[in-house]
Design a binder for this molecule. Structure first.
Ligand code: PEP
Ligand code: MG
Length: 300
C-alpha cells in the first residue's frame, strides 16, 4: 500500500548485503519535478529534453534552455541531475528540423547522429548545459552512441562551447559527460568507451529492440522485445564489467529499471543506479532493501 511505502521516501536504499543503489527519476519537463521529489527521487537519472524542443514551433533558444535546465538543477540540488542531449529522429520529428522520410527511422538519422550534423541545433544546447552547470551537480549524456568518434566529436564541441562562453565572459560550470548505451555497437565497444566517459546509462528500451532486432513499438514481436531475454542480459553484463574495469558508474534508465523481475538481475550485474518515472520510485526503493546484490549462496 501507499502508506507502507512512505518511509522509503527519505532513505537511500541499500541491498541486504550493503550495496548502495541510487533510485532516480526520469523526467520530461518541469512539470515532472514535483512528483519526482515527492516520491523521494535521489536525483534525475534521465531528463528527456525532446519535449523542450517539441513544445514550441521554433527551436528553443539558448537562454530558454538555460533557464529550464537551471531550474531542474536548482530544484534537485544537491542531488545530481542527468540531462540527455536531444534524442529526436524520424519516428518523432519536430517541425523546426527538416527530417527527410526514412525507410527505417529507428536505424536512421536520430540522436547524436542528427546533433553532430546540425551544430545550429546542438551548440546552443551544449552552451545552455554549460551555463546551467554553474547551478549545481550536472551530468550530461549523449543518446544513440554507436561509435567512439561520436564521443570525440561531442567532446570537441563541448570544448569549443566552453571556450566561446569564456571568451564572452559568460558564467558557466562543468558537467560530467556520459553516454547512453543503447546500441549493440556501444555495448560491444563498452571497454573502449568506458575510458572516454565519466558514466554509462543503459537505455534498455532501445538496447532491447536493437539486440533483438524487434521493434519496440510492434506488438507482433513483443515476445522477442523483452529486457529479460538472455541476449539482452548478456549485453548489460558486458557493459557492467567494462564499467567496473574502468571504475565508472552504470545506470539503467529504460523501463527495465522499474520492473520487479529485472531489479535483482540489474543490481546483481553491478548496476549502481536505477532511474524511472515517479510512480515506481518508492516500490523500487523498497525492493532494493529486500534483495541481495550478491546472493549468499553465490559468495566465495
Ligand atoms: C531507452 O532507450 O531505454 C531510453 C531510456 O531512451 P528512450 O526510451 O527515450 O528512447
Ligand atoms: Mg533510447
Amino acid at each position: 500500500s501507499v502508506a507502507a511505502l512512505a518511509p522509503y521516501r527519505t532513505i537511500s536504499p541499500r541491498t541486504r548485503d550493503g550495496r548502495a543503489v541510487t533510485v532516480a527519476a526520469n523526467i520530461g519537463s518541469l512539470r515532472d519535478i514535483d512528483p519526482a521529489l515527492e516520491a523521494g527521487a535521489e536525483g534525475v537519472g534521465l531528463f528527456r529534453t525532446e519535449l523542450v524542443f517539441m513544445e514550441t514551433a521554433e527551436l528553443p533558444s539558448e537562454d530558454q534552455q538555460t533557464a529550464i535546465y537551471r531550474e531542474v538543477i536548482e530544484r534537485f540540488r544537491p542531488r545530481p541531475v542527468t540531462i540527455r542531449t536531444l534524442d529526436i529522429g524520424g519516428d518523432k520529428p519536430i517541425p523546426a528540423i527538416a527530417f527527410a522520410p526514412e525507410d527505417n527511422p529507428f536505424l536512421g538519422w536520430r540522436g547524436v547522429r542528427m546533433c553532430l550534423d546540425r551544430p545550429d541545433v546542438f551548440l546552443p544546447q551544449i552552451r545552455a548545459l554549460l551555463r546551467a552547470a554553474a547551478a549545481g551537480p550536472l551530468r550530461v549524456m549523449v543518446p544513440m552512441v554507436s561509435d567512439i568518434d561520436e564521443v570525440h566529436a561531442v567532446k570537441a564541441l563541448i570544448d569549443t562551447c566552453r571556450a566561446d562562453l569564456a571568451a564572452r565572459g559568460v558564467a558557466h560550470g562543468r558537467f560530467d559527460l556520459g553516454i547512453m548505451v543503447e546500441t549493440p555497437a556501444a555495448a560491444l565497444l563498452a571497454p573502449a568507451l568506458a575510458r572516454e566517459v565519466a558514466f554509462f546509462s543503459i537505455g534498455t528500451n532501445d538496447l532491447t529492440q536493437y539486440v533483438m532486432a524487434a521493434d519496440r513499438t510492434n506488438r507482433q514481436v513483443a515476445r522477442l522485445c523483452r529486457p529479460d531475454h538472455p541476449a539482452v542480459i548478456e549485453a548489460v553484463r558486458l557493459v557492467c564489467v567494462a564499467a567496473a574495469v574502468a571504475g565508472i558508474p552504470v545506470a539503467v534508465c529504460g523501463e527495465a529499471a522499474a520492473r520487479a523481475e529485472m531489479v535483482p538481475i540489474l543490481v546483481g550485474l553491478g548496476v549502481d543506479e536505477l532511474s524511472m518515472s515517479a510512480p515506481a520510485i518508492l516500490r523500487v526503493k523498497k525492493q532494493v532493501t529486500e534483495i541481495w546484490a550478491v546472493p549468499p549462496e553465490a559468495r566465495p
